[in-house]
Design a protein around this ligand. Structure first.
Ligand code: CA
Length: 425
């Protein structure tokens, strides 16, 4: 699901959300709310097994958000310059909203039976004018990325996080602890609840990620920064979920990615560096620096983390990819075919014939790619036919090289049918 709405007069807020069962569970107990119009975003990770957990996360979001929507005017007032008294009132409102959710889950628990375990995390982010507010209980997380630096702005209400804060164990020990899933606070756990409520200023370009632990347990902070840097916002959440699933997906996975900008479209700073490693790029052979730059400026840069799938075989998209940095493995049917290095490209056949991709491509290290779409490519050929001829000539040389390689392999395979191993690009 994708939401792009305007609210207030300050930032354009874009948000994308996804929730996935994962690879092991048979029920998704996570829930979320994305309301870009009112600037409210929530992730809740239910526990209690199956139906109970799902109900806990859903009901707590409903109860919490209803309490806020009833006081919309108060929240709207936050869009105006700072007023301590107003902030105090909003903090109280959020506190009460979480308490209301807590009472609601306790009430449901009581109505089902005395031995029912049922609860949920709840991490809410409010974006109002220049102000951000978080209200949080549990171990779901809210991260903020500002100037490519990531900070976790929620505190984990888990036993191990408390032990780390008090200096009893190290963060490394916490990761291995058998108690890492034990929460000291959750909505519906008991009468006592002490939510984290915090105000902060927003800046243009801020990005936020709200997620359940099914995601944060699988990605390092630097990997999260890499994926949030994806210029095409709608790709962020699917990429995060794919990574968590590829690494085990032992829990439900939910993520909301949010981007603040002032223009209609997010403008990534495409760094076009045709320095090192690029002088021998087959696609740029014989091109003057200015010509190379014109070609490269057509594309969008994407960063991938090690192990991430870049394209899947048989998928229909018509982009050409150039490797700016790192190694990319090509696979067919799970078999490794070859590894490409900085300066090389892939996706030529799809660019030309628009058929399903011949191979899958996976990042074998941290990888930076330039993606050139077919439309942009064809446009350039029309606009600058002289440059176009040079580029097409390079691509033809590449094709003829691939064709000769394939024929040579075919002949070899025919003469020795035992050995059918080989590589193709
Ligand atoms: Ca979870």
């Amino acid at each position: 699901m994708e939401t792009t709405e305007r609210f207030g007069a300050v930032f354009q807020v874009e948000a994308w959300v996804g929730s996935d069962l994962g690879q092991v569970r048979n029920k998704n107990e996570d829930n979320y709310l994305v309301d870009a119009l009112n600037g409210l975003f929530i992730v809740a990770d239910g526990m209690g097994g199956g139906v109970q957990g799902e109900k806990a996360s859903r009901r707590s979001i409903e109860t919490f958000s209803a309490a806020l929507y009833n006081k919309r005017t108060l929240l709207r007032a936050l869009e105006f310059p700072h007023d301590e008294e107003l902030r105090q009132q909003v903090a109280e409102l959020l506190d009460q909203a979480i308490r209301a959710a807590n009472q609601e889950i306790l009430r449901i628990r009581k109505s089902i039976g005395p031995k029912v375990t049922m609860g949920t995390t709840l991490s809410a982010l409010l974006l109002l004018g220049n102000t951000g507010v978080l209200a949080h209980v549990g171990d779901s997380r809210i991260y903020r990325v500002r100037y490519r630096e990531l900070s976790q702005i929620t505190n984990d209400h888990s036993l191990v996080a408390e032990q780390v804060r008090e200096g009893y164990i190290t963060p490394e020990q916490a990761e291995l602890s058998p108690f890492r899933n034990v929460l000291v606070q959750a909505v519906g756990k008991g009468d006592k609840i002490d939510p984290q409520i915090e105000f902060f200023d927003l800046e243009m370009g801020d990005q936020f990620l709200l997620c359940s632990d099914g995601l944060s347990n699988y990605l390092t902070e630097s990997e999260i920064i890499t994926v949030l840097g994806e210029p095409e916002g709608h790709r962020i959440v699917p990429r995060l979920i794919d990574c968590a699933n590829a690494r085990g997906g032992s829990d439900n996975i939910t993520a909301i990615a949010i981007r603040l900008s002032t223009s209609e479209h997010y403008q990534p700073t495409t760094e076009v560096d045709i320095g090192r490693g690029f002088t021998n790029a087959p696609l740029l052979r014989g091109l003057k620096t200015m010509e190379s730059t014109r070609l490269l400026q057509l594309g969008k840069t994407h960063d991938y983390i090690a192990g991430e799938r870049i394209v899947s075989e048989d998928s229909i998209d018509r982009s050409l990819f150039l490797i700016f940095d790192g190694q990319v493995g090509l696979y067919r049917g799970g078999h490794w075919l070859s590894t490409l290095e900085t300066g090389q490209h892939f996706g030529l056949f799809s660019l030309i014939d628009g058929q399903g991709r011949l191979v899958s491509a996976t990042a074998e290290s941290q990888v930076r790619l330039l993606e050139i779409s077919r439309n942009e490519f064809v446009d350039l050929l029309r606009r600058e036919p002289n440059l176009g001829v040079k580029i097409v000539w390079n691509l033809l040389k590449d094709l003829s090289f691939s064709y000769r390689q394939t024929v040579a392999r075919l002949l070899k395979a025919l003469s020795s049918p035992e050995d059918d191993s080989g590589t193709m690009d």
